[in-house]
Design a protein around this ligand. Structure first.
Ligand SMILES: [Zn+2]
Length: 249
């Protein structure tokens, strides 16, 4: 599933069409009135976490690539088209994604301060929200899109490894300073990830996600589905500290 930095990268690729009219909208997206979009000018492209927005004068199309979504810019893929937007200078096509029409103001619908890559991201608010569910595992807390929009499973695993925090740590047992450092690491990692995308060198940079060996200890990593989100955790028992109550540990 694409994470925040990948969606910003997609936005950067699509920005060549900003200011142009949609000549021909196509596709089977049920929610999108193609007639209404035709002839409209794309005024802006925005993102919030893992969501991408194509803004028109009166409506916005929200696209979420979900688990299996794909896109092609100035090309087509051999699969069922969900939404295609043809402009004067090219086209962008989306497949297997979720497309919705938004008629209201994005500022009223979305809290930009929860988006880890937005200038208004508020780490104090994120900290407060994390501590509001103190019994949750940190691997679940970091994936909560109401707290850290844009953080996905790859980023979660890499950030926990960098900060040497075990994914099964209980949020309320992690010292505030460490939790603050974890949040800062999420932001820093997202921007590094975006740079790798721009350089086309993303895969070489994963230290634990989908890897087999701990780069610190040279021992096998553990891979397990942990927490309520049930997403795969890749971690090292030796160098990632488990924060749990003394009575358990
Ligand atoms: Zn290790």
């Amino acid at each position: 599933m694409p994470e925040g930095p990948q969606i910003i990268f997609l936005k950067e690729q699509a920005e060549q069409f900003t200011g142009q009219l949609v000549l021909e909208p196509t596709g089977n997206a049920k929610d999108i009135p193609l007639n209404e979009i035709a002839g409209q000018a794309l005024t802006a492209i925005k993102t919030h976490g893992k969501a991408l927005f194509f803004c028109f004068p009166h409506v916005t199309i929200r696209i979420h690539l979900m688990l299996f979504g794909k896109y092609a810019i100035n090309g087509k893929l051999n699969r069922e088209l969900r939404l295609g937007l043809a402009f004067e200078t090219g086209e962008i096509n989306f497949y297997a994604c979720d497309c919705r029409l938004i008629r209201g103001s994005l500022d009223e619908l979305y809290d930009w301060s929860t988006d880890v890559m937005h200038v208004s991201f508020d780490p104090d608010k994120a900290l407060e929200k994390l501590y509001s569910k103190p019994n949750r595992l940190i691997c679940d807390g970091l994936l909560d899109q109401d707290i850290l929009a844009g953080v996905g499973n790859g980023i979660k695993n890499e950030v926990l490894f960098r900060r040497q925090v075990h994914p099964e740590s209980i949020v309320g047992e992690i010292p505030e300073l460490e939790l603050r450092k974890l949040l800062a690491a999420c932001v820093a990692f997202c921007f590094e990830y975006l740079d790798w995308k721009r350089e086309g060198a993303e895969v070489q940079h994963w230290q634990v996600y989908r890897q087999k060996q701990c780069p610190r200890d040279r021992i096998p990593l553990r891979k397990e589905k942990i927490g309520k989100t049930g997403r795969s955790c890749y971690f090292c028992d030796k160098c990632q500290k488990l924060y749990i109550p003394d009575s358990i540990g």
